[in-house]
Design a binder for this molecule. Sequence first.
Ligand code: GDP
Length: 534
Amino acid sequence: MNQPATAHTSQTAQEAALRRTFAIISHPDAGKTTLTEKLLLFGGAIQLAGTVKGRKASRHATSDWMAMEQSRGISVTTSVMQFPYNDRIVNLLDTPGHEDFSEDTYRTLTAVDSALMVIDIARGVEPRTIKLMEVCRLRTTPIFTFINKMDRDGRPPIEVLDEIEDILKIECAPITWPIGMGRAFKGVYHLLDDKVYLYEGSDNEAGGKTVTLDGLEDPRLKEIAGDYYDELLEEIELVREAGSGFDLERYLAGEVTPVFFGSAVNNFGIRPLLDSFVEWAPAPQPRETTSREVVPTEEPLSGFVFKIQANMDPQHRDRIAFMRICSGHYKKGMKMRHLRAGKDIRVGDAITFMANRREAAETAWPGDIIGIHNHGTIAIGDCFSEGEDLSFTGIPNFAPELFQRVVLRDPLKAKALHKGLDQLCEEGATQVFRPLHNNDVILGAVGTLQFDVVAERLRTEYNVNAGFEGVEVYTARWIYGEPREIERFRNRMDTGVAEDHSGALVYLAPSRVKLQLTEERWPDIKFANVREFN
Ligand code: GDP
């Protein structure tokens, strides 16, 4: 896929070959926001990264780019950040930082071709990293690794790499290696280029001021490393011998991860990372549908929606559906078929993401994301094409971990409540379950904050006053099996069977024990904790 395009290849093939679409995965506080900001700086997307402090400020700064977006009162630019680097076009898909919205993160990971894992040298592998890697595994997503905060005292690098290999089950191939750490951090040695990049304080790379030494024999390195020099040579020797070396094929197969060290906040170690990233990371990959594999170079447009973002302005129920282009290209004003609705729509005002330019782009190519305005007609998992009936697979719906029963305070508002819940469900803001045996409405979420958001949005957007109360549900499992067996299950169970908002059958288990017993009693039924949209 990474072959350079030749004169004979189509424009779609050429544009696709340039794209690198990825997301950053990390545990909160590892440095994702900081690294994102520095990557944008390298991409020329923002001029003065150093002046942007804190998350809120950076959101504000980055969302200033598109006037169109401002006039609509929404902030979507930070969801997709596109920038050119070394003749490639990088699409960085942002994932929400708060863990209550991790479902959104999981689905964003279905729209990328690779991921960059950020690890804090002092903290090593953390819970969120483990969970996100599990999601990446579902599609064998190739992983780059950046070990951050080398300017602080942390754990020995070799120990952290061992931990990554043990816990995340991926082999590490260091590409750069740190020279010291904390106050004694001197820089990194590039194992492939045989060069030393010296760390000299702040913001040295983007300004082109990084001092480079030729190899480990350079006398200046001996001077800088001092007593540590011999130990460094030994360590690098060890890493060279122990490591299997970097193998592009094995990286693309998700078996090995190239590892880079640095300090995001000091903008150090990022250039070698980005240089290798645009070289090795996969261009847009073929995608499975229920009928066939779709290759990016096919001329007709196809894509799927992985995220819906509501308008910040509650007066307009305008929403943006984020579609990943899988093949062909988008052209302003083109007609495309919304396959679930069976309708052709003309899209003249899609948002495209060109962080380096102010004007909205007229076209978008495989690997790019476009934002389509709609009023609740488009749902997560929906597919678009130029006519062919394609249904992309693998966009997951994860079983929620928290459940509440909806209490409607004004019984006359039942219709508005159901409409609101269905729409919020399609956005992925919550999951709704309707038990077959009573009239309850049960909401599922992965974080408590989601319930507050739903209550607030029901009130402001749908004029529905609703609250929540506890309900005896431990977990949800989607039910798969032979139709006859499913029918038997449905009839035999007195309680606990429900439909999700799409009508799929779900078992709501009141306890872990009950789930186990039910699974044992129904060996021919599969109780899945993930439902795929298609
Ligand atoms: P996120 O939650 O993963 O997005 O993490 P942030 O980028 O917000 O960083 C969390 C904290 O770590 C912030 O206070 C950053 O300034 C700090 N930080 C990020 N990178 C580095 C680094 O390389 N060195 C040090 N010392 N601090 C860092």
